[in-house]
Design a protein around this ligand. Structure first.
Ligand code: DQQ
Length: 530
């Protein structure tokens, strides 16, 4: 393995470095994404906005960068761009249903009492639990009656029973629990309650059909649905859809996040269209959504590592959360995602070349760096391709390329490919391609947003995200350029035109300030400006 360190010198004391010291010196650690102080992070949990302040909780192991005896970490933000650590919210009990871990769940407002509904993990299975919080969301007490649902529904053979989506409807609480019916497919099970403590099983909201496609297919729906989430979207021109978001899992393998759009009514969900929720596959998993005080539907997912676990352990940390994204629906029923507008507040001074047409072989160098926001508007004639090169060393030995290709045929679509084959000299990181097809407009105009944060890349092409990790070994892997290949991938050949209407890059500031602590203390937040 090739060592990679950024600026901080190694510790000179005889003491081995702490997890936070190891994490702070790893050049692959994102700076404007939510990451745990150190240790392990996986799913986002308990997302919400309370009295104006945003809260994210997350699956957390403060003892090591591995998934074990999961706690709930907590961070808060006034602006969705800069974040502050909050005290650890949930710790596995000495005994009881969450002795081996406090797995994923949600935050609800129970008549003014903040309440978490989560999965207690013990002896290899999960059961629903609740915890009650102080008004400032900093102190949490698991309910003495946990688990609040003591067993899975009678007569069903399930592949799993965990993760929660809880809402008010008709004066009662409802919840979905992620599951799967053996021999059939993933499922969301529907329950109802007056008090969040005593639940009545209503039946499956929906059971996936036995997946007919190969598990390697990006639309494979899995045998167990993790992190189920149901919400309604209303768009312009009367567009409306109910969305069932879930993470497709099979035999313990985490595959990808998918979303059904369809109709929720009469205790059931009629699925109509299945969407890949992120073209990055397993590297964007376990998303959870919430509605903020502005009425926006916001989603955050877990950006998994794509390097071996022992490398994460050696660096003292693993896992990041995606940037918060707003999800909307278009008139054609497509789902659009975009980073929340607040992220732009982290931008420094913009740099960008003038609008121009690219000839075959042309290269336009952009602002270099590994902590950047980029906006592009390009026009591709049929058969034309443009490449955005990221994290490139000056000699090109390491580089990552986002290809945007407009097929030669009549279809108004763009093929998006993230080629990571040369992204790292480290042999054991995942460098497999991530790709998909996104709708384009008839003129071949494509809007692209790229948020590069060290090892995390979040790309949005025409509202479709692709999230992935890259781990260049060299500290000079900072080059960013737009390139038109010498030959286009088309019968139209070089007759096609490529126009760059707009290309702007901004360096990005850090979302965190000051040292981080594995067990954060409560810190007063400044009040709103006078
Ligand atoms: N992660 C949690 C589970 C969930 C899984 C455990 C998804 O509750 O099903 O850390 O990544």
């Amino acid at each position: 393995m090739i060592p990679f360190m950024e600026s901080s010198p190694p510790s000179t004391s005889a003491e081995p470095p702490s997890l936070t010291e190891l994490a702070a010196r790893d050049g692959h650690r994102p700076r404007f994404h939510v990451v745990a102080p150190a240790g392990w992070l996986n799913d986002p949990n308990g997302l919400g906005q309370v009295d104006g302040r945003y809260h994210v909780f997350y699956q957390y192991n403060p003892h090591d960068a591995v998934h074990d005896r999961i706690h709930w970490g907590h961070a808060s933000s006034a602006d969705l761009a800069t974040w502050t650590d909050e005290p650890v919210a949930l710790v596995p009990g000495d005994d009881g249903p969450d002795r081996d871990g406090c797995w994923s769940g949600v935050l609800v407002d129970d008549g003014g009492t903040p309440t978490l509904v989560y999965s207690g993990h013990r002896d290899g299975r999960e059961l629903p639990c609740v915890a009650v919080g102080s008004p400032d969301l900093r102190t949490w007490h698991p309910d003495a009656a946990n688990p609040v649902i003591p067993a899975t529904p009678d007569g069903m053979t399930l592949t799993g029973f965990r993760d929660h989506c809880v809402w008010r409807e008709g004066g009662l609480w409802r919840q979905l629990i992620g599951s799967g019916v053996a021999g059939q497919g993933g499922a969301a099970l529907l329950y109802e309650s007056k008090d969040l403590r005593s639940w009545r099983y209503l039946g499956p909201l929906v059971v996936g059909a036995a997946p007919s496609v190969d598990p390697s297919d990006p639309l494979w729906t899995g045998t167990m649905w993790e992190c189920v989430d149901l919400f309604r979207l209303r768009g312009v021109a009367g567009a409306r859809a109910d969305v069932l978001l879930f993470s497709a899992c099979g035999d313990g393998d985490l595959h990808h996040a998918l979303a059904w759009t369809g109709t929720y009514a009469a205790d059931g969900f009629v699925p109509e269209r299945l969407h890949r929720f992120d073209l990055g596959g397993r590297e964007f998993y376990a998303p959870q959504s919430f509605r903020d005080e502005q009425g926006r539907r916001l989603v955050i997912g877990w950006v998994q590592e794509a390097r071996p676990s022992e490398v994460s352990v050696a660096n003292g940390w693993a896992g990041a959360l995606s940037l918060p994204r707003e999800v909307t629906i278009g008139p054609s029923g497509s789902l659009f995602q975009a980073p929340v507008a607040e992220i732009a507040s982290l931008r420094g001074d913009p740099v960008g070349p003038p609008a121009q047409s690219l000839e075959p072989g042309d290269v336009v160098t952009l602002l270099s760096g590994d902590q950047l926001d980029l906006e592009l508007a390009v026009r591709l004639e049929r058969g034309a391709r443009i490449d955005l090169v990221l994290r490139a060393t000056p000699d090109g030995v390491e580089h990552t390329v986002l290809h945007l290709l407009r097929p030669p045929g009549a279809l108004a679509e763009i093929r998006v490919v993230l080629d990571r084959s040369r992204s790292s000299l480290q042999p054991d990181v995942d460098t497999t391609e991530r790709s998909g097809v996104v709708p384009a407009d008839e003129d071949g105009i494509v809007s692209v947003r790229v948020l590069l944060d060290h090892s995390v890349i979040e790309v949005f092409v025409a509202g479709v995200p692709l999230t992935a990790r890259v781990y260049p070994t060299r500290s000079d892997a900072l080059g960013v350029a737009l390139e038109r290949p010498r030959t286009d991938d088309s019968a139209a050949g070089t007759a096609s035109r490529v126009m760059v209407d707009r290309a702007v890059a901004w360096p990005m500031r850090d979302a965190w300030s000051g040292p981080r602590d594995l067990w954060p203390a409560a810190v007063d937040h400044p009040g709103p400006p006078a």
